[in-house]
Design a protein around this ligand. Structure first.
Ligand code: MD3
Ligand code: FE
Length: 210
């Protein structure tokens, strides 16, 4: 189990069903530096389009940094030590780790930074994140680029949902009761940010895997 945070934590600007939202945590220059750091990640571990176990391609493109990366194919989804090409995942950039440290206040570092890329029309259906060993650790998300409508539901499937638009530079923390809620991305608003040259949205999720 995770311990109580050993360091003080900032107060979230918003709370949505237990999800802590820090709107505009990253200023535009810090966002641009992070995108540069992510170019190196993507150069070493290129984006791929995961397939579900049913053989359907996901619309989101993905890659990872860290000791583990998240993959999905006909064998199902899981964390792996290597990119599908066989190379080890590149290290998580220091600029990304700094956000985890500042916001979670934890001494434990994340094992995985999953990088999701949403081109125009990409979305992510409602799901839970439960491939990690210990749900006592939070998940932290960083949004970069075009705005997206984030939907949050309940721990049980179905029921009422609420949504919020996430903008470039926003950071979310899902811990405690919020760690196992269903969530997804309805849609991305094309042209809502100039951060990424080709448009679209990047989302980073930092996870403790084992
Ligand atoms: C709430 N990504 O990669 S980030 C995912 O914007 C994922 O790409 C979305 O859901 C994205 O699994 C949403 C916000 C998020 C991430 C993990 C959560 C919300 C969460 C885990 C538990 C509860
Ligand atoms: Fe998720």
């Amino acid at each position: 189990m995770s311990e109580t945070p050993p360091h003080p934590r900032p107060t979230p600007g918003l709370l949505l069903r237990g999800v802590e939202i820090f709107p505009g945590w990253l200023e535009p220059p810090a966002q641009a530096e992070m995108v540069e750091d992510l170019r190196a990640v993507v150069a070493a571990a290129p984006f791929f389009q995961p397939e579900t176990r049913f053989g359907r391609k996901m619309s989101v493109r993905m890659t990872s940094a860290g000791r583990y990366g998240w993959v999905s194919d006909r064998r199902g989804y899981r964390y792996e030590r290597r990119h599908p090409s066989g190379v080890a995942w590149p290290p998580i950039p220091a600029s990304v780790l700094a956000v985890w440290e500042a916001i979670t206040g934890l001494d434990r570092r994340p094992d995985c930074c999953l990088v999701n890329y949403y081109a125009e029309g990409a979305k992510m259906g409602m799901h839970q994140d439960r491939d990690e060993a210990d749900f006592g650790w939070p998940v932290l998300s960083i949004s970069l680029g075009d705005a997206a409508r984030f939907r949050i539901g309940n721990i049980e499937r179905g029921g009422a949902t609420e949504s919020v638009w996430l903008n470039s530079g926003d950071v979310l923390v899902m811990g405690g009761e919020a760690r196992l809620v269903h969530h997804g991305i309805d849609r991305v608003r094309p042209g809502s940010s100039t951060l990424l040259k080709g448009g679209g949205r990047l989302n980073l999720t930092l996870r403790v895997v084992d």
